[in-house]
Design a protein around this ligand. Structure first.
Ligand SMILES: C[S@@+](CC[C@H](N)C(=O)[O-])C[C@H]1O[C@@H](n2cnc3c(N)ncnc32)[C@H](O)[C@@H]1O
Length: 261
């Protein structure tokens, strides 16, 4: 969705710090001086649909009734289940992640899958690509400024590098075999109505379906596997030519796997 987004400070702050200046540069969002005005007033004056408020703990985007900011709750729950009860994570299993793997997440979103991958690849590298400038900026800086008391979570988050770009273009520019795993979790063709955590993201996200030629590029760039998350009931796997699928029709999600070697 193409919306005009501005950025501002909280009412009590007038200055732009170094991080905020870099965020403005990265995102291209115009700065609107707060001057103690309400957010509604700033939106009206700037004819904008969304406003990012730069807080010390990370940027928050307000648009209509929705509020979008980085939070690692979904990743935290998945990792806590693994740490406490040894519950295997389906994505980790589908990717067969090893601790020194390089993992390219081509659809970063809120970064939950990237955080889980980063936890399981402590000696490798994790890069997340996101085509929506708003999502990329908020998640990148939310991750940078996030500070949890939980060391293992902090470490997993800080290892992730976020890049605002289209995955097709990025993949075309990479050498053959440059990442162990190339991963996709595109927006589902039919949204899962109950998935509230992803609600605000849906407003900002790139809704286009995955292209077959992007999967072909991913197969060139991956050393071990290309993995695609999808709904088991749709026809996306067959459209993309992916034959190996794990997760039955009774599951909400399934993983399509292309083994490279
Ligand atoms: C379902 S969300 C991913 C959720 C993510 N796996 C997580 O754990 O939070 C899909 C994301 O991919 C992004 N996206 C879609 N097409 C893209 C493209 N061509 N290049 C980069 N990002 C893309 C969308 O903007 C959206 O944020």
């Amino acid at each position: 969705m193409n919306m005009h987004i501005i950025a501002t400070t909280p009412q009590s702050v007038a200055d732009i710090d170094q991080d905020f200046a870099q965020f403005l540069k990265d995102s291209g969002f115009p700065f609107a001086a707060r001057k103690k005005k309400s957010l509604e007033c700033l939106l009206r004056e700037n004819n904008a649909q969304g406003v990012v408020v730069w807080l010390s703990e990370g940027p928050v985007l307000y648009c209509g009734p929705e509020k979008f900011f980085f939070h690692p709750s979904m990743a935290k729950n998945r990792l806590a289940s693994f740490r406490k009860f040894s519950v295997p994570d389906p994505m980790v299993k589908a990717c067969a992640l090893q601790d020194n793997d390089s993992f390219l997440d081509c659809t970063l979103g809120l970064g939950a899958d990237a955080i889980v991958a980063s936890y399981f690849c402590p000696s490798g590298e994790v890069r997340g690509l996101e085509s929506s400038p708003a999502i990329a900026g908020i998640v990148k800086w939310g991750m940078k400024l996030y500070n949890s008391q939980i060391r293992w979570l902090n470490e997993a988050i800080k290892r992730i590098e976020v890049i605002n770009c289209d995955h097709g273009q990025y993949l075309r520019e990479q050498k053959d075999n440059s990442y162990d795993i190339v991963y996709f979790d595109p927006m589902f063709r039919k949204p899962l109505m109950k998935s509230q955590a992803i609600g605000p993201l849906r407003l900002l996200a790139n809704p286009l379906p995955l292209e077959k030629k992007v999967i072909e590029e991913a197969c060139r760039v991956a050393r071990k596997r290309v993995v695609v998350k999808e709904m088991p009931s749709g026809s996306e796997f067959s459209r993309l030519g992916i034959e190996k699928v794990i997760g039955s029709r009774h599951n909400k999600i399934a993983f399509g796997i292309i083994d490279i070697c």
